[in-house]
Each structure stands twice: as structure tokens, then as C-alpha cells.
Write a protein that binds this ligand. Structure first.
Ligand code: ADP
Ligand code: MG
Length: 475
């Protein structure tokens, strides 16, 4: 879970000095503890802490017990109260020489044939203020001792501006805590790492559960490789809890936990900003209910988005639920100028570019499904395509007609659009559930505006027999 560049850096340079910068709460402590924990096969960490209470450190981060035993935790400031646990090398650090002596002694005591120590100073600001010297001087001296003893050192500072620390140290990493739409977002920026090519200078991460974890690129399901084992649906028909509560499942247990399902008769709107891979639109919030309806043999009507062919949609859902279910339960609608397009696939329905013809076609498919299945239907409409085919007024008409029928007949409609489309604002107004998704460097994130949620990273878990969409909250 540590970015590979940082691992390579610390392996290449044994006696490295890495400075970790960031405002309070940005994850510096968690990251450095975790770095030590992950190196625990070859290295034992000596943690110079400004916290007085070891117990609270262990109770917050129980997983560090093995890699940083209590005797390896040193009070980095002159502590007034001795810690609860015995710290054999407990020293009062009232001056820099005393601190450096303490540092040196601790390093030599911890050095064994199997383990070479690695030092974390959390934080240098606190040490400097307790010995009453400038941070730069203290830092340079600590690095001298560490290099002399041939051990790596991680220096933590809350000073985020450019300082002399940047060139004194071999590596600089900055932790950032940002707000996107008033929601927490976290970034780690690799500023420099001596001797290492930095492939990826920015990592997005979470501290969920008190652990640092960065996010991987979104990996779409590959359609050509194999057909996946269909998973049992989240049942939400007659006799289920969802049905009693007048709800549909979102199609995903994880999303059900977050929003509690969708009220029957809802319009769910997904606004897509930035560089979101189109495959993600098919797979995420919009994709899981399609799968869930198809598995329960309910009718699904899809208008594909621009840039993805109807065949892609067909193949995609076929890979997840099997071709039969898609052929039986799904219709994909596209307008076509060609008057006598041959009916190439039974699941493909052509309409003209006339708004009323399009709406009538949708309505008659809904009617047919309802007659045949006596159950609710799901519509998944990509309004970017509808707007480019029918113009913004046409798209608005289509949206309002279909959404009002869905609300009246207690069906479910999922719509997607970009903020750049004219219809976007109308869809927001009509939405019972409103999600936003955005992409950064191939990673995808999603959050609820209504209901409001934190930002989640979304990806697909391929380790199960059925690929499963999962969300990781950014906390
Ligand atoms: N168990 C937890 N679950 C979720 N978030 C946590 C948990 N523990 C810590 N955090 C998050 O981590 C932050 C503190 O991280 P920390 O590494 O101590 O920051 P820093 O050392 O940069 O001040 C908290 O503000 C909180 O947002
Ligand atoms: Mg801290």
C-alpha cells in the first residue's frame, strides 16, 4: 500500500532522508507508521513521537505493535511525565546534543544482524521547539547522525511551504487534504525522490479505518476474455424487505448500504464530469440496477451514450448475466436515419429522429414488457446522446414524458449527462437521487449530492467469481 516510487527510493538509498510534509490531519503519522509496519521483515522502526501516551497510539493503530514495540517509541520532546510503559532508553531531551545522543544510542541498541533500524521523527517542528533551535539546523544534525549510522530517517513536518528541508533531504513528499464540493479529498504529491524515476507524481488516497491506502486506476471489465459467472441478484420483488418499504435495491449491496435503495418511481441522475472512462458509466450506479433487473427477469430499456455502441452495451451486460437474459429482458433503442434498417438483432430497436416517435416507441416497449412480465421496468437513458439526436428541447420533452410515467407507474429510471449538456440542469431538478462522478488520472470517484455522501473511489473487484463494483470512502 506504499507507493512503489517511495519503496524503490528507500531500497535504493539505504540511509535515505525523507521529509513528509502536510497540514495537521493530512495523514503523515499514519503513513509513516504504515511504512514501518510494511518494512517490518527487515527493519525495525524507532519512532520519536511527540505524543505522550503510547497506549493511545496502540489503541488507534493496533497493527503497529509488532513492527514498533513499546521500547522503540521514544518521546521526542523532553517529556515531563514518564510514559506508562517502561522506556529503557528514556532520556530527557532538553538540548540538541542530548537529543542526538539519544537518537544515536537508540539506533545502536536496535541494530541487530537481522534488523536495521529506521528512524521516524514525528515531528521535527516539535523537537526543534523543545530544544529551542531552528528546524533546519535540527534537521541537518539529525540527518548527519542517521547517515553516519547508515540508517534511513523519515522527518515529519507541518511546515508545508518550501524550506531548507527540501534540499537537505533526499526525498520530499507532501500530503494534502482538500475539499471538493465541500467533501474531503486526499492527495499525496511526490516532489522529489533522489535516484528514482517518478512515474506517478500524484496519488489519491484514503485514511479509512486509520490506514493509508492509495487508489488504483479504474479497470473496466474486458468483454472478450470470458463470460463471468452470474451472481445471485439482490432480490427486491414481492415478499422482500425492499418491496415492503416501497423500494428497489440499487443493485449493489454496498450502494444499498450507502443510500438504502431507491424509492419505487424514482429518477436517479448521474452527472459525469471530467475524464471518466465511458466504460465506467455503463458499469457503475447505472450498471448495477440493470444487472439486477435483468437477473430478476424484469424489462430493461437502454439508450446508449455517445461513443459506445449498442453492441457494447449488449456484450457488456451479456458478459455479466448471460446472453439469454439480455436477449429476453432487454431492448436497446437508437434513432436511425436509415428508413429500412434491417432488424439485425432482436434486442435492438430503431426509431426515427422525431421526438413523438421516439417517445411512442419507448412507451410501447414499456407496455409490452409490462403485459408480458407483469412487473416493473428499468430505463437507463444516456441524455448526452438523446440531446445530440433530438436537440435540447426535444431531449427535455423526452425526459419529462418518460420520467413522469416512471414516477406514476413506480418504475425506475436512471439518467446520465454531462454538465456541458443543456438538459443537465433540468435533470438535476427532476432527480430524486443525484450522484456526481469525476475522474482523475484514470481513477474514478463518485459521491451523492442527494442524499449527500462522502467521496468514494470506485473500482471493480475481480478477485471474486463475479466482478463486483466496490466503493472505498475517503475519510
Ligand atoms: N480509524 C480511522 N478511520 C477513519 N479515519 C481516520 C481514522 N484514524 C485516523 N483517521 C483520519 O486520519 C487523520 C489523522 O491522520 P494523521 O496521520 O494522524 O495525520 P497527521 O499526522 O498528518 O496530523 C484524522 O484526521 C482522520 O481524518
Ligand atoms: Mg501526526
Amino acid at each position: 500500500t506504499i507507493p512503489p516510487e517511495i519503496l524503490r527510493f528507500s531500497e535504493n538509498i539505504g540511509n535515505f532522508a525523507l521529509v513528509i510534509k502536510g497540514e495537521p490531519g493530512s495523514g503523515k503519522t499514519i503513513f509513516s507508521l504504515q511504512y514501518i509496519a510494511e518494512q517490518s521483515e527487515k527493519k525495525s522502526g524507532i519512532y520519536f513521537s511527540t505524543r505522550v501516551d503510547i497506549d493511545s497510539l496502540y489503541s488507534q493503530f493496533p497493527w503497529i505493535k509488532e513492527s514498533i514495540p513499546p521500547e522503540n517509541i521514544v518521546d521526542a520532546t523532553q517529556s515531563i511525565l514518564p510514559k506508562k510503559m517502561e522506556v529503557p532508553q528514556f532520556i530527557k531531551f532538553s538540548s540538541l546534543p542530548e537529543f542526538l545522543k539519544g537518537l544515536y544510542t537508540a539506533i545502536e541498541e536496535k541494530r541487530t544482524e537481522k534488523f536495521s533500524p529506521i528512524v521516524v521523527v514525528d515531528s521535527i517542528d516539535a523537537v526543534a521547539s523543545s530544544v529551542g533551535l531552528p528546524v533546519e539546523d535540527v534537521c541537518a544534525k539529525i540527518i548527519d547522525v542517521a547517515k553516519g549510522a547508515e540508517v534511513g530517517v523519515i522527518i515529519i513536518t507541518e511546515r508545508t511551504e518550501r524550506t531548507a528541508l527540501d534540499y537537505i533531504c533526499d526525498g520530499v513528499v507532501t500530503f494534502k487534504r482538500k475539499l471538493i464540493d465541500e467533501r474531503l479529498f486526499r492527495e499525496l504529491v511526490i516532489e522529489k525522490l533522489r535516484g528514482v524515476e517518478i512515474e506517478n507524481p500524484i496519488y489519491y488516497f484514503t485514511l479509512h479505518g486509520g490506514k493509508f491506502r492509495y487508489f488504483d486506476e479504474f479497470r473496466p471489465i474486458e468483454l472478450t476474455t470470458f463470460i463471468h459467472e452470474p451472481h445471485p441478484p439482490v432480490r427486491d420483488g414481492k415478499g422482500t424487505k425492499f418491496y415492503e418499504k416501497n423500494m428497489f435495491s440499487t443493485g449493489s449491496k454496498i450502494i444499498d448500504k450507502i443510500v438504502g435503495g431507491y424509492k419505487r418511481g424514482s429518477f436517479v441522475f448521474l452527472e459525469v464530469t471530467g475524464e471518466v472512462p465511458p466504460e465506467f458509466i455503463v458499469e457503475n450506479i447505472a450498471g448495477v440496477p440493470v444487472e439486477n433487473f435483468l437477473m430478476q427477469d424484469r424489462g430493461v430499456i437502454i439508450v446508449p451514450c455517445k461513443g459506445l455502441s449498442p453492441l457494447y452495451f449488449f456484450e457488456f451486460y451479456a458478459a455479466l448475466v448471460g446472453r439469454e437474459k439480455v436477449q429476453k429482458n432487454c431492448k436497446i433503442i437508437i434513432p436511425s436515419e436509415d428508413k429500412d434498417v434491417e432488424k439485425r438483432f432482436p434486442w435492438l430497436v430503431y426509431t426515427s429522429y422525431r421526438v413523438d416517435h421516439f417517445v411512442n416507441t419507448v412507451n410501447s416497449i414499456i407496455n409490452e414488457f409490462k403485459r408480458e412480465k407483469e412487473d416493473n421496468v428499468l430505463l437507463f437513458l444516456c441524455f448526452d446522446k438523446i440531446e445530440s439526436d433530438f436537440g435540447s428541447r426535444g431531449a427535455e420533452k423526452i425526459a419529462m414524458k418518460i420520467i413522469s410515467r416512471v414516477k406514476f407507474e413506480k418504475d425506475l429510471c436512471i439518467g446520465t449527462a454531462f454538465p456541458s449538456t443543456k438538459i443537465d440542469v433540468k435533470l438535476r431538478e427532476a432527480a430524486d437521487y443525484f450522484f456526481k462522478t469525476f475522474g482523475k488520472k484514470g481513477r474514478v470517484f463518485i459521491y451523492g449530492v442527494s442524499p449527500p455522501t462522502v467521496i468514494y473511489n470506485a473500482n471493480i473487484d475481480f478477485s471474486r467469481p463475479h466482478p463486483t463494483l466496490y466503493f472505498t470512502p475517503i475519510t
